[in-house]
Design a protein around this ligand. Structure first.
Ligand code: MRU
Length: 348
């Protein structure tokens, strides 16, 4: 299976997603600064994959530090967490993963700094495996909403490249295909940085799942012509009211799907929920470099060099447009604030 990141030979091996699909280049990262740069430059992206990468990055940040006491250990750990947490603001999995590692290390009250370092790596590996497991369970639950011969529209990239396993939304699609269902996927190109065109189309081709690329602006016409049975997308952060922050363009899709009576599903692990945020409008949205809009993926300039651009990387889809949220525990249906709370309660 495709792996976005792997711990190999004492370093973090990462498939550089900025070079796909033209080249399959693996990077070996040994320093926290390299991990920070990789997250910021989208060499690794997708909410769960960012969290896993940060967990390994945290270990790389403390591995060679001279730490003589527990106090010193946790002081440096906190510094490294602050550094990694500033790489990107929207995907809550980044903060969740770092906090998980810290909480678990704090509970190892008997250990000194050298042993804590060893445990930091163990915990990063466990977090990685745990995400793989969550993906598999999400994919299994998702089958409930994917009929045979389904024509599915998806946005951005939510597969193996975006997670520690088979993916979130794309994981549901992989599972349908593996179970012998016939599926036809429409992948939105996902401007400005083309995760759909570059990454989802590549994953579909590797898995031999029939896929067709469409420009983001084509979704409405596609639905009007009754070519879409359902939409499945991923999420970067879901607030307590069921609002979903995901790649810019997701909200357009949700509105379009509602108008055409097409079910709109979100697939996300519980690690993507942020119940400290009560309303979607409070989710921090990353604004990226204007050049991503001015150019087609760092290459051709498509407008005036001085053209002003607006480049929010994510938008927020309100809960009333979401048919259901597929998690590793099952599918959550409206009314969201209540059902989300109950879903978390069940999972304790
Ligand atoms: O900017 P990106 O490529 O990190 O954005 C990724 C997405 O928006 C995905 O849809 C989301 O992280 C869910 S991936 C499992």
């Amino acid at each position: 299976m495709i792996q976005a990141v792997a711990w190999k030979n004492d370093c973090l091996e990462m498939l550089d997603q900025t070079q796909l699909p033209s080249a399959t280049v693996y990077l070996q990262l040994r320093q926290i600064e390299e991990v920070f740069e990789a997250i910021q430059k989208l060499r690794v992206r997708g909410a769960p994959a960012i969290g896993i990468t940060a967990a390994y990055g945290l270990y790389l940040g403390i591995r060679d530090a001279a730490l003589n006491s527990r106090e010193e250990f946790f002081q440096v750990l906190e510094e490294k967490i602050r550094c990694l947490a500033s790489a990107r603001p929207t995907a809550v999995n980044l903060f969740w993963a770092l906090q998980e590692i810290k909480n678990k290390l704090e509970r190892l009250t008997e250990l000194g700094p050298a042993e804590l370092k060893t445990h930091a790596l163990r915990l990063a590996k466990e977090l990685h495996e745990d995400d793989c497991d969550r993906c598999a369970r999400m994919a299994a639950h998702g089958q409930e909403v994917v009929p045979n011969n389904a024509r599915i529209l998806t946005h951005c990239n939510t597969g193996a490249l975006a997670t520690g396993g088979i993916g979130t939304a794309l994981g549901v699609i992989y599972q349908a295909h593996m179970a012998g269902k016939k599926v036809q996927v429409y992948a939105d190109e996902t401007r400005p940085v083309l995760q759909g065109a570059r990454l989802t189309m590549w994953e579909l081709s590797v898995a031999q799942i029939p896929g067709q690329l469409v420009c983001d602006s084509m979704a409405a016409a596609l639905m009007q012509q009754k070519k879409v049975d359902l939409v499945i997308v991923g999420a970067d952060r879901i607030s307590a009211d069921g609002s979903v922050a995901n790649k810019i363009g997701t909200y357009n899709l949700a509105i379009t799907a509602r108008y055409h009576n097409v079910p709109f599903y979100v697939a996300a692990p519980l690690s993507t929920f942020d119940l400290t945020i009560s309303h979607g409008s409070q989710i921090p949205i990353e604004t990226r470099d204007e050049d991503e809009v001015r150019r087609v993926f760092d290459k051709s300039l498509i407008t005036l060099p001085e053209a002003k651009c607006w480049n929010p990387a994510f938008d927020v889809t309100p809960p009333e447009l979401i048919t259901g949220i597929i998690t590793e525990r099952g599918i959550i249906y409206p009314p969201y604030p209540e059902t989300i709370r109950a879903h978390f309660h069940e999972s304790q």
